[in-house]
Design a protein around this ligand. Structure first.
Ligand code: ZN
Length: 133
């Protein structure tokens, strides 16, 4: 694991959250992107080397909608940058972690991603992401 690539924050209204975080970072999001497979709209802010990802559900089936229903808005996941997502998945499975998707999928921001179930990581949803080159 190289570094924290980004922190994902679940929001109810992406436009409102973009306006708010633009004030916090004193800059506009550098990217907004809909990820149809995950039923989310996202936007990204840069904070030095790290990023903040804001996520809004695009329909009630979205994991983000369910998260907000249960816990309200807030930190949803922490994403770590990895060199080789396939070998990291194999390694973590061997260690007994529950991986939500054994096959990495295409996430936002040009990344291959997979998630470690929060039940096997002290309540934290961990995302592994590898830049697609
Ligand atoms: Zn993420």
């Amino acid at each position: 694991m190289n570094k924290i690539e980004h922190i994902g924050i679940a929001v109810k209204d992406l436009n409102e959250a973009n306006a708010l975080y633009s004030k916090i970072f004193n800059q506009l999001p550098y990217k907004t992107e809909e990820v149809a497979s995950e039923h989310v709209s996202t936007s990204f802010f840069k904070a030095g080397e790290s990023k903040i990802e804001l996520l809004e559900a695009t329909n009630p089936e979205s994991a983000i909608a369910k998260f907000i229903e249960k816990k309200g808005e807030g930190i949803h996941h922490i994403a770590f940058d990895v060199e080789d997502i396939y070998s990291e998945i194999a390694r973590l499975k061997k260690e007994g972690f529950t991986i939500l998707n054994d096959q990495p999928k295409k996430g936002a921001d040009n990344k291959l991603v997979c998630f470690v179930h929060p039940k096997s990581a002290n309540g934290v949803l961990i995302e592994l992401c590898q830049e697609i080159k």
